[in-house]
Design a protein around this ligand. Structure first.
Ligand SMILES: [Zn+2]
Length: 305
């Protein structure tokens, strides 16, 4: 239960903060943005409390943040502090390494169903489908979660890292009733391959988290000045309603979920988001607003002030 007065006070506080932080002379006046790929993990907790994470979102004028908790209920900690802005999604991962084994754990389906039935979560993901680890998409856990997302009418957040688009295309065509949010724009695929999947699967939306100069560096999306490369810009212009952005605050990337070193992704948050703000500012204003904010609000059926 949430006390309406407390929620109202929090909302008023947020709006006051947003107004105060918008001081053009100090270059703090950034337009509201939806971040559709946020993590809050056990490996981040030591260096970033839930309150600090929410403060970081506020300081960057994040109107909506889609949060993946590891374990799942860590997303609810952020939601408690900013219920109007946080969209918690359910993740099957509880311990380090489950990103590579979850698809073989039949218990995932029962846990997912309980989580969605609780009403606490508004999506499933992020699910890693990585070459060398992941079974076929017809396997029971993957196809079962995709069907469950459709049944509960919530999105499925997928991170594929496979050298060909066939896997994603097979999955999205087999599950046309499932709304899929494709993380990192296919990670290692070409703009043409991403375009082919989007053309064949109207149920696939694409987000550009971690496609910055520090991650996926072998497949850049921008030039050294931070402008989008022409094929990526053309792709976004071809599907103006189906692109979103995200921070994916995980750092350092090569040391994912290690026991001996905290994940300092939240300390890097501003530069991840500012990179996206910079290239988006070069888009036509109507398209910029869609990618920065309104596509995500529509996709997550969110209503923000
Ligand atoms: Zn992620």
């Amino acid at each position: 239960m949430r006390a309406p007065a407390a929620a109202g006070a929090r909302r008023a506080g947020w709006l006051l903060f947003a107004a105060l932080s918008c001081i053009p002379a100090l270059a703090l006046c950034a337009p509201p943005l939806a971040d559709v790929h946020v993590h809050y993990k056990w490996s981040q907790e030591d260096v970033t409390s839930a309150q600090q994470a929410v403060d970081t979102l506020m300081a960057n004028n994040i109107a909506l943040a889609v949060v993946i908790g590891t374990p799942a209920d860590y997303a609810l900690r952020l939601e408690e502090l900013a219920p109007d802005r946080i969209v918690p999604v359910w993740s099957p991962y509880r311990t380090p390494g489950e990103w590579s084994s979850w698809a073989y754990d039949k218990g995932v389906l029962a846990r997912a169903r309980r989580a969605l039935e609780s009403g606490d979560y508004r999506g499933i993901g992020e699910l890693h489908l990585i070459g060398g680890f992941t079974p076929h998409w017809r396997s029971p856990v993957i196809s079962g979660l995709a069907a469950m997302a459709a049944q509960f009418d919530v999105p499925l957040l997928l991170h594929t890292e496979l050298s060909r688009p066939d896997y994603m295309e097979g999955l999205c065509r087999a599950q046309p009733g499932t709304r899929i949010l494709w993380a990192h724009a296919g990670a290692v695929l070409t703009p043409q391959q991403v375009s082919d999947v989007m053309t064949r699967c109207p149920n696939v939306w694409v987000e550009l988290s971690a496609r910055d100069p520090w991650r996926f560096i072998n497949n850049p999306m921008s030039d050294p000045d931070g402008a989008l490369l022409p094929p990526w810009r053309a792709l976004i212009e071809a599907f103006p309603e189906r692109f979103m952005i995200g921070s994916d605050p995980v750092w350092p990337v090569e040391n994912l979920d290690s026991w001996d070193q905290a994940d300092t992704g939240w300390q890097e948050y501003r530069r991840f988001i500012d990179f996206h703000r910079a290239w988006m500012s070069r888009l036509p204003p109507e398209l910029e607003q869609k990618v920065r904010l309104t596509n995500a609000l529509a996709f997550f059926r969110a209503d923000v002030d």
